[in-house]
Each structure stands twice: as C-alpha cells, then as structure tokens.
Design a protein around this ligand. Structure first.
Ligand code: EIS
Length: 209
C-alpha cells in the first residue's frame, strides 16, 4: 500500500478547525516520506520538522481536553505569553511546520501536475525549486539559501522519489501520481486552514533565519 494513502490526512469539518490529535497522528508520518533522502544534507531538515512536531505534541499532551483543535493551542498561548507571542511555544513551532508542509504540498502538486524539465525529465529540481521559492525562500537569509542550493544536489531522481512514496513497491508512475493527487486533497485543505488561522489571529511573522 502506498505510504501516502496509509497516512492520509482527515477531511476537515465545515468550520475548518484542525483536530490536534488527528493532525499530530497524520503529520508524524510525513518525515518518513523522505526516507529515500539518505544524504546527510537532509538530516537538519528532518530534525527541524520533527522538532516542531515534538513541541506541538508536548503542549497538547499537557491538557488534551483543552487543546482539542490547533487553534485552541494558539489562542491559549496568546493569552499566556503576552508580548512574546507569537514567537513562542507551539505557536512558533506550528508557524514553521506549516511552511515545511506547504513546501511538501507544492512539491507533490507540481509532480502530480506533470511539471518537469524536458531536458532532464528524471530530475525533480524544478519541482523542488518551485516549492522552495513559494514556501520558504523569503524566510531564509543568504546562508540558509546556500544550504538549500547544496541540498538540491542531493535531490533524488524522480523515479526513486515516486518509488519511495509507494514504499519501494513497483507501482506504475501514473498510479503513484493518482494516489498523490488523492493525498493532496485533505492535505492541502489542512495546510490552507492552518495558514488561514495564522492570518486571522495575526500570528504570522516574517523574520528570516
Ligand atoms: C525554526 O527553524 C524552528 O523550526 C523553530 C524555531 O527554533 C525557530 C526559531 O526562529 O526556527 O533554521 C531552520 C528554519 N526552518 C527555522 C532551517 C533549517 C534547514 C533549512 C534548509 C533549507 C533547505 C530546504 C529545501 C530542502 C529540499 C528537500 C528536497 C526534497 C525532495 C522531512 C524532510 C522533508 C523536506 C521538506 C523540506 C521542509 C524544510 C523545512 C525547513 C523549515 C525551516 O526553514 S521550534 O523550532 O519552534 O519548534 O522550537
């Protein structure tokens, strides 16, 4: 079975609130999508994402009944932290995590849409670069942008990446892309809802690292 569909995100309710427990469950499998990226170039990225997830889970587990939705957490921290907020706690972790998720979403969407470099059809650099420019670049200073450029050299081939999404099984490329499209439905809706929440609560920051 496909890694993607085994770990599908749940459909959002009409009010677009994101259930914390379900979100943490689904998102905890996301770093495994990238297990084909064995290069050391990717380990800081994975550990950054895992750190964000751990921080959000830590807050949630302190009081699961109080933090049913992600918005419950962000609002409680706004009350608790005053002027430090939103650059604090799970609010900050989710701010960054959503950017990593947006990166993944744009990358998968671009692959599903068949965007490719006709001269190098088995490379995914164009897809990765598109995702980076739209989701992360503006939050990175020149040094981290250089780290990105270096990581790009370690990018997997398109065929290997699609195979990894299918858990190493020999699945036809078109089938894998179809599963990717199905995965993207609830995944994109969830990422969009988190972005919308940050806008509505005025919780977004645009400093660079
Ligand atoms: C945040 O990190 C922390 O996440 C946050 C808190 O400490 C905060 C304080 O300001 O900083 O510095 C990090 C930033 N995170 C800020 C940079 C890490 C390395 C970035 C390298 C950029 C290369 C990206 C491109 C990678 C190409 C991948 C090719 C794929 C085929 C499982 C891996 C999946 C890859 C998905 C890529 C998402 C990258 C996410 C980077 C996020 C970032 O820029 S807190 O921590 O609040 O939890 O304590």
């Amino acid at each position: 079975m496909s890694l993607l569909m085994e770990n599908a995100f749940k459909e959002l309710p009409p009010d677009k609130s994101v259930d914390t427990k379900l979100f943490l469950e689904s998102v905890s499998h996301v770093p495994a999508f990238f297990d084909c990226l064995e290069s050391a170039a990717f380990s800081p990225i994975k550990s950054d994402i895992n750190g964000n997830i751990k921080k959000i889970r830590g807050v949630y587990l302190k009081d699961p009944a109080r933090y049913v939705t992600l918005q419950d957490i962000v609002e409680a921290e706004r009350e608790a932290h005053g002027a430090q907020w939103p650059k604090v706690g799970a609010t900050l972790a989710l701010m960054w995590l959503k950017r990593g998720l947006r990166f993944i979403q744009i990358l998968l969407q671009s692959l599903a849409d068949g965007e490719r470099d006709e001269n190098n059809p088995n490379l995914i650099k164009v897809n990765i670069t598109k995702a980076y420019e739209q989701a992360l670049k503006k939050y990175h200073g020149w040094l981290v942008q250089k780290v990105f450029q270096a990581a790009l050299f370690a990018a997997p081939y398109r065929s290997d990446f699609l195979k990894a999404l299918s858990k190493g099984e020999e699945v036809k490329e078109e089938d894998c892309l179809e599963l990717t499209r199905q995965f993207l439905v609830n995944f994109t809706a969830t990422v969009d809802a988190i972005y919308q929440m940050y806008t509505d609560l005025n919780a977004e920051l645009d400093y660079t690292v």
